[in-house]
Design a protein around this ligand. Structure first.
Ligand code: IVH
Length: 674
């Protein structure tokens, strides 16, 4: 690093500290990183370098000396619990030589032979599990490294994490740390649903995982498809000599341990592992952002110890994200069914991770301003496991003289109505809900969709019906006549019959799907389901006050206001009235009301003792969530639900058969009831 003057160094250090804290906050608390990991690591590296040159400016509170904090702010109801052992981060490197330096430092510090454990660096969010007497006691996030958020009630909903361990030599109490992550498939599903509901999609699987882990609603969290892998066992007087041996034992107790790790005798072997996984990782169904190399011998780990922020016995090799550099040709402004305008970049086609990329999302105007993007610029595109590649930067050195700043449209590209921007949202909207053609057609396409009313009408049919002037508002669909249908290009009796039959069938589509089909802004499939269950009918929902809505978990102000606006509008009320007249389900049917969820489907629960509700009510609850209640514990029992004064006979039998025993609170966590 070039030596710079003292005053300039001080100024730069102050800037870097502030900037890194700000980015830590974006990343860990908001789950919305504004820069790439690579850029973050560059800034961090620069700060480390300057602090080395000018130790007088290296303060205790520098981001180089503490980990970024994920602690939830005020308003969260997660309890903060101190970590028994601090939860640290890892030193990282993108340079080969530094791996050899890591090896040299170890060789100098220890006097006995050593070897390495090479592991994938899972790109998720760190978790610390405590097991006592073989049962999961607590799950904490990393937090600020010294204390974390207690997310136990959410973690019990992750199938990979066992609540009860089985096997030999399980220590009375131990901690095991690892990563909660979201596989690509679950991530794509979640973002598709969020985009549908016009919610901001998560930037990458890591943010989706940590956002999901912090959800206040365990039932919602269960639908997110999170997975877990564990890689660090800690405790007092554990009998293991090596890290790998400890993890093998943990695996034998039923804990999820990576199958991709490898023992390496030398740093060269570790480097070979890195080279191998640099390509192989692209075939994995989940995101990795590097390789972790750890000294395998636990005694040597103890000798090497820690710096303020990370262990000296481990380091992380970070993969550089795959990028391509290509010119930006133009920007399209697409209007969605709820009027949201999304800028989409048209690029000079370019190869990236095996596919040709032509288009990339620019999200919103803020993002465009942040990048200071110009038409004609060379832009960096990246794929981080997402379906749609994104633009992460602009190569200013290649900016052509005639590059021009794009003009974000002031009016709707489809109907010409001036766009508006909601205060809390980064998006621009066309407010002309009633007569903007794209929005109208978009509403019909959404309404007819498979997850909504499942009506046999694709984009082309909707387009044709709209152009003929047959449909304008949703209920018009139910007034269509056979004559009108056969008048469409290429339609015959048969297609008209099929269409009318699907319309008829849609009259028995359950209320939760009708609610989703209405296309109320921000009401996705999950939210619709939840609201349907909570209110039971459209009338009850329409009558709900803002306060009532806000009391529901995971309903924030934006969603509440959107519901209120819908039912306050003439158009909204009219749509509901006419759809009701057409015979659609506007309330939860009795059957569905009794069935609250399928969480316990295929599971048998035995209950014993007294609960805060009657035993009959408890049995009802088990059945309402799809489970079966049985009188005695057997090999088929999923859980023994033990209340106060539970029968000792049943408890003994459960213990003998290794059936998990849960209390009332844990049961409620499982079924997602408060
Ligand atoms: S070991 C004392 N092993 O990467 C440090 N960490 O950038 C213990 N991570 O905080 C961490 N995969 O959240 C370790 N195989 C692995 C890992 C891993 C992912 C995460 C972890 C850590 C972060 C550091």
């Amino acid at each position: 690093m070039a030596k710079i003057g003292k005053a300039a160094a001080k100024e730069r250090i102050d800037f870097l500290k502030k900037e890194l804290e700000r980015q830590n906050y974006n990343y860990y608390v908001l789950n919305q990183p504004a820069i790439t990991d690579f850029e973050f690591d560059l800034l961090m590296g620069e700060l480390q370098g300057l602090e080395k040159l000018y130790p007088e400016f290296a303060t205790e509170d520098s981001p180089t000396r503490h980990v970024g904090s994920d602690l939830s702010g005020a308003g969260s109801d997660f309890v903060q619990v101190p970590h028994r052992y601090p939860m640290l981060s890892l030193g990282n490197t993108y340079a080969r030589e530094e791996l050899y330096e890591f090896d040299n430092r170890i060789r100098k510090a220890v006097s006995t032979p050593y070897s390495f454990s090479c592991e994938l660096k899972f790109d998720g969010t760190a978790i610390c599990l405590t097991y006592r007497d073989g049962r999961l006691l607590r799950a904490l996030t990393r937090g600020d490294g010294t204390k974390g958020d207690d997310v136990t009630r959410n973690v019990v909903n992750i199938p990979a994490i066992p609540r009860q361990l089985h096997g030999e030599g399980i220590p009375e109490e131990f901690e095991i740390r690892g990563e909660i992550y979201m596989p690509y498939a679950a991530f794509d599903r979640l973002n598709a649903a969020r985009t549908e509901a016009e919610l901001e999609p998560f930037a990458n699987p890591r943010n989706a995982a940590s956002g999901s882990l912090k959800l206040q609603n365990p039932a919602e969290m269960r639908t997110r498809g999170l997975d877990c892998v564990l890689y660090h066992l800690l405790g007092e007087n554990l009998p293991f000599k090596t890290h790998i041996e400890a993890l093998e034992a943990a695996r034998s107790w039923g804990l999820p341990i990576s199958e991709y790790s490898r023992h390496a005798g030398t740093i060269e072997e570790a480097v070979a592992y890195i080279d191998e996984w640099d390509t192989r990782r692209k075939t994995l169904p989940f995101a990795t952002d590097g390789i972790v190399i750890k000294v395998n011998e636990l005694e040597l780990q103890r000798q090497l110890g820690f710096t303020a922020k990370s262990p000296r016995w481990a380091t992380a090799w970070k993969f550089k994200p795959e990028q391509a550099l290509t010119p930006l040709l133009s920007i399209d402004y697409q209007v969605g069914r709820t009027g949201a305008v999304t800028p989409v970049a048209n690029l000079e086609p370019v190869q990236l991770s095996g596919t040709v990329v032509k288009r990339a999302s620019l999200h919103n105007k803020d993002q465009m301003d942040l990048l200071d993007i110009h038409i004609g610029d060379y832009v960096y595109v990246e794929k981080g496991g997402e379906i749609i590649p994104k633009i992460t930067g602009v190569e200013l050195s290649k900016r052509p003289a005639d590059a021009r700043r794009p003009e974000f449209p002031a009016c709707c590209p489809d109907c010409g109505t001036p766009l508006v921007r909601d205060e809390d949202e980064a998006r621009h909207y066309c407010p002309n809900r009633e007569s903007c053609p794209v929005q109208i057609k978009g509403r019909f396409i959404h309404f007819a969709g498979r997850k909504a009313m499942d009506i046999l009408a694709g984009e082309a049919t909707i387009e044709a019906l709209y152009n003929k002037g047959y449909i304008h508002t949703l209920p018009d669909l139910y007034t269509l006549t056979r004559e009108q249908l056969v008048s469409l290009d290429g339609w015959q009796d048969k297609s008209a019959d099929n269409f009318l039959a699907s319309l008829q069938a849609s009259r028995s589509v359950p209320f939760e799907r009708v609610l989703y089909a209405l296309g109320i802004r921000h009401i996705g499939e999950q939210t619709a389901k939840m609201l349907a269950r909570h209110f039971g009918s459209i009338d009850a929902l329409a009558a709900a006050s803002r306060e009532e809505l806000l009391q529901i978990e995971d309903i924030g102000e934006i969603v509440a206001d959107s519901i209120l606006a819908y039912f306050a509008s003439e158009a909204g009320r009219d749509t509901v009235r006419r759809l009701r007249e057409a015979g659609l389900q506007m309330a939860v049917s009795e059957d569905a009301q009794q069935r609250l969820s399928d969480t316990l489907a295929g599971k048998t629960v035995v209950i014993s003792g007294n609960f805060s509700i009657s035993r009959e009510a408890m049995k009802g609850l088990i059945e309402a969530h799809g489970g079966k209640n049985a009188g005695s514990v057997s090999g088929k029992t999923a859980w023994l639900l033990a209340g106060e004064k539970a029968g000792p006979e049943k408890l003994r039998k459960a213990e003998k058969l290794g059936i998990p025993v849960i209390d009332e609170a844990q049961f409620y966590q499982i079924i997602g009831k408060e």
